[in-house]
Structures are given as C-alpha cells and as structure tokens.
Design a protein around this ligand. Sequence first.
Ligand SMILES: Nc1ncnc2c1ncn2[C@@H]1O[C@H](COP(=O)(O)OP(=O)(O)OP(=O)(O)O)[C@@H](O)[C@H]1O
Length: 708
Amino acid sequence: MSENVVHLHKPTDPPTNDTAPTVLTVVPDAPPAPPVPLWVRSGRAVKSAVTHETTKTTVRAVARHSLYTLNGGRIVARRTWDGRTGARYERMIRAAEAAGNLEAAEEWEERLQRFRAARHHRRMDLLHSPVEAAKGVAVGAGMSIGVLVALGIVMAINNGDVKDVITPLSATIDFIALLMRIVQVVWGPALTIGPFLALLALWGVGRHQHAAPQWALPANIRSGEGEPITPSIVVKALRDLGIAPLKNAIKEMGDAGASMLSPITIAGCGVEVDVTLPSGVSTNEVQSKRRKLAENLTRHEHEVFITIPPAARTVRLWIADSGALDEPIGPSPLVTDETMTANYKTGKAPWGQDLRGDSAELSVYQRHLLITGRSNQGKTASLRALALWLALDRSVQFWLGDLKGVGDWAMFDGIADVLIQGPTDEHVIQVTEMVEAAVAEMNRRTEARLVDPNAVFPPLIVLVDEAQVAFMCPAVDDEKRPYGGSKATSRYFMAVRKIHNQGRAVDVLMWQGTQDPTDQNLPKLVREGAHTRASLVLGTESQSRMALGDKAVDDGAAPHLLRQGLDKGTLVVASDGIVMAKGQSSITVRTHFIDDEPAAEIAERAKALRDGATTLRAVDRGEERDPLADVAAVIGDTARLRTDEVLKRLHALDTAVYREWNNGRLKRLLEEHGEEPKKSHGVMVVRRDDVARALANRDADGSASAAE
Ligand SMILES: Nc1ncnc2c1ncn2[C@@H]1O[C@H](COP(=O)(O)OP(=O)(O)OP(=O)(O)O)[C@@H](O)[C@H]1O
C-alpha cells in the first residue's frame, strides 16, 4: 500500500540504496502573467517597426535621395549666382580678411572691381543691341538668300532649266520645315519629361557632392573609411574642432576656407597639408585636439600627426591613408645587403622609415643615446639594430651590459670586449664597474688629448640595456655607497653622468635602453644627458616629456599616443643625427625588425670583419695600484702641490680606484710612511721631497726585510 503513496514533501534523508522509491514533488503551475494592456502592446509594435533596421535604411534612402535633389538644386543655383554676380569675389575677400591676409584681400577687391566694370560694359552694350540684332538678322537673311539664288543660277545655266534657279532656296525652305516638324513632334514629350531630366541632373549634382546630412548618407560614406582627404574635408574637420574663433573664421570664409590650406601633397603612406590658422587661433589649440581632428577626418588618432613648421601661425598635418600604418615595413637593409659595412664617423644606421615612407637613418657619431618604452614594444630590438650596424665598423669597441640577460645580446660574444648578461644585483655591480672603467678610460683619453691634441681613439660604445635595473638596484658597496639611485654617492648614476659630461669629445659614448621612465628609474640628469632620445609607446604625456624632453613634446612628439602592442618598433626620435623637416624637433620612425636569427647572421659578418675580440664577462680592474708611487707620479717635478690638486690628479689617473679618496685618506697614506701633508701659505700641500723620502724609506725597508 505504501508504494502507492505520493509524498507531498521533500524527504530530508537521502535514499540509502538503489531500491529507494522515486519521490515525485508536485510543483504548482506558475500563475498566468497579467495580460499586457493593448496600448503597451501597440506601443511596442510601433517601436519595433520604427527602430527596425529595414525601416531605418528605407527612411535614410528616401531622405537621402530627396535631399540630393533639393541640395543639388541649391548647389546649381549657387553656382549660377556665383557665375553671374560678384558673390564669389566677395566671399574670397571675406576669407582673406578672416585669415588676416590683407594683401590677398586687396587683390580680390581689384578683381571684383574689374568684374563689375566688365559687367557694366556688357549691360550698356545690351541697350543698343535690339536694333543691332535686327539689322544683323536682316543682313544675314538677305545675304543667305542671295547666295542660294546665285547657286540656283549656276545650276540653271549648267542644267539649261530655268526652274533650277529656285531649287537651292526651296530645298532650304523644305529643310527648315522638316526641322519644325521634328520640333513639333518632340516638343510634347520633351515638355513632359524635361522637368524629370532636370531633376535627375540636380540629383546627380547633389549625389556627387554627398549633399545630404551625415545620418542619411550610406554606411560606407558615413564612416568615411578610406575616403581620400580633400580640402573641403580638412576645412570641415577644422571647423568642427570646437575652437570658436576658428569656427567663426571658417564660417566667414564659406567655401573659401580652403584658402587656409597649402596644396595637399602625397607624403609616403598618407598626405600632408599645412594649415595657416586665422588670427586668434593658436597652434597648440589645434595640437591639443588631435583626437577630435583625427575623428573629424575619419581617421584614428594615431593616423594623424600635427607638427609645427617654421611658418608662423601654421600647423602641419600628416594624415595616414586609412590602415596604412598597420602594414609592415620591409626588412632591414642590414639583412638584405650582406655586403653592407658601417662607418662610425660618416655613416648612418639604416633604422627604418619615417611616416612619409622615406628611409630613416641615424648618425650615431659622438652622440649619447637613450631609448625608452614600455615593456615588450621593441626597445631591445631597435637598440640592437643600431649596435649591429655599428659593429660592421671594425674600429668600434663595445662594452655591453644586458640587465635582462635572456640572451638578446648573446650574438655580441666575440664582438664586444665586455659582455655582462643577467638581472641580479651581482650583475648590476659588474655593469657599474664596467661603466666606471669606461670613465677611467675616458679620463685616460682626456689626459692623452691634453698632451697630444690630435690624438684619435677608437670609439667605445658603453651599452646598458634595461638600465632601470641598475638605477633601482638596492645593493651598497663596502663603503656604504649605493650602486643604484640618483644621489651624489650613487655609483652607476655618477659614472653615467661623467660619461655624459665628458665622453663625447673622446668618443666614449653611453647608450642606454630603459623601460617606462620615472624619476626613480631614469633620473632627470641622465635622461637629459643623451643627445639622441627615442621612445616607443609610453603611458602618459609626462613620461613622454621625460623620454624626449619638453621641447619635443611641445612641438608635437607624442609617444604616449602610439598604440601599445600595435605600434611595436615605432619610435618617436628627437635627435640632430636624423634628417627631419626644417623646424621639426622630432620624427616618427617605424623601425625594421631584425629577429634573433638574422641578428646572429649580421653579428657573424661583423666578427668576420674584425680580428676577433676576447669577450670578458666582467671588467678587469687592472693591476693593483701603488698609491704612494701614484702620488709621486701625479706630483711629478713640482716642489709642492695642494692636496685637492693631488686628489684630482689621482682621480683622473684611475677613477675606479681613487674615486673615494679625500684629504683624510691622503693624510693617512702619508702618515703610514712617516710623512704628512704640510701647510704652505695657509693651504695644505704635499711636498715632492716628502713623498720621495717615503718611497725611498719604504723601498729600503722592503729590501731590508727581504734581506732578513
Ligand atoms: N620593429 C619592429 N617591428 C615589429 N615588431 C617588432 C619590432 N621590434 C620588436 N617587435 C616585436 O616586439 C617584441 C619585443 O621586442 P623587444 O624584445 O625588443 O622588446 P623590449 O621592449 O626590449 O621588451 P622588454 O620588455 O623585454 O624590455 C619582439 O619579439 C617582436 O615580436
């Protein structure tokens, strides 16, 4: 009996085995939804009909074609009016005045006067013309009849038939009658279809000019995708920028707003046009509206570049063909031309293409370099492309620190004299010592130059990739001096600063690649010490200012407007080592990408050109110095030398060793050998004889202890 019972509650205990009865639960039906009132349903139906895509398309098409005809009529009427009156001249005068170009205004004024004088002349002529015209018709008709009769006489004489005298005349009359018949027949239908043909013609004009509101135009024109840039598109885009004085001036000018523009020229994969702004509109007002301008031109923001040419009140627009910047550029000539060599002094590295499609080449001669950019955007690749080219000049030495250390620079093994690869503090210490050794080398060269002003040295490129790792390194040395940071005691920072200050003249050059600049990971003095500054995409305008400097950004450089991921390898470069249009302070370069494999091949070619360098994994600090002998050497023949001058000379002799030396340390050295600095005329000095005695005593002690 119990198996026939259907429980109306949920069992709380789970069934214990497979034989447990299936429990069915009765779920009551949901209550029927209340009926929707008729007016709501009708409203919904109307809404869905009105908002349906087909309805929208139909409404758009009807509106568009009607407006084409209407506006076509307006355009034709205006053209006719312009042709017959001085309206066009007056408009040009207003445009020239609005643009502040009084010379052009005067010229148009003169033309208007000439036009009016000529029109007056024609009108005066018309007053006399009916009589003249009647006379002309009478004379013309008489002459024609005379000619026809003369022709008839010739025919009559020829045929011997007097009737032929009027044959040409009657044939002409018949012909005229025939024409009249044709006109009579055609006239009726022409009267009927004539207006339609006229409307069709007006529609054609309107359609050609897209003379309908934006919303009514077909989708492809509405989006403007791929549309060529014409003066009227540029003027319209400027008018709608939201700059009131510009808008008013263009309104004043009407169609003649195009007079603000230079001819639109093809420039690489886009077009270029200079816009002379009307008075009251500043160039940076237009520059700050780049996105809006780009959208008004139916382009993406990154496809429009606004720079400031030398001419006053002028902005230069470069507008890419839609999507053209997304096309890859070809391979590097370094890859395709296996015979290529380089020349540090006179050559230029084939880096990529500028936006005009011209090849962008960089001279690296006596220029410190800094490349910044967000992670994974092509910083190492663009820095390496320059180094690979320069490696093809066998005279150039490389000391290289890669603080990422995943092998991006491995192909320089055998080219570079020093190659340090790795991201740890230990690597930062080695890289710092490498840069300090370069400072010592620089000092040695400077000294040598003092002795021989014509001394020439092989270029030494001190390259640190991922330099932010060094600036952010927390390690400190035995004397508590930090390797990282940007204090006066920070070792990496100070070494870079010294090379920036003095390295150029003796061809010791600092090249750094660094990520996402901040004041901490790229101190101000370091970023401003580079002659060539280049940046890949960055996050903010303030970072762009750090990367390229205020001047370049104020003049339109905008790496923060490049697109992360999409513009890999595109650099904004501020340098005098690259050709750019006059007055421009930066240029956008799309670099050739050289992948690891071709990079290794280029490196092999470079090695073949060189005798083969033994690459060190850390800098050799050289033999142990003998400070007392060094003091004697820097004093030379001078009887006494101020202690600060002794320290300066020691420092120049070997920066790495004597960097931390001060008066106290010098005093200790002399005291260790039974001498001390003395006062002379109120200043502390070291005397040559004291040092010589100390040396002699030391040598005597040394030989005595050896003898024992
Ligand atoms: N010129 C270029 N054109 C196209 N793609 C490029 C270009 N340069 C680099 N890339 C692409 O970007 C990737 C990253 O390049 P790279 O390692 O040079 O970036 P990075 O900025 O040094 O990165 P990291 O964050 O590691 O420092 C490359 O593997 C390559 O796919």
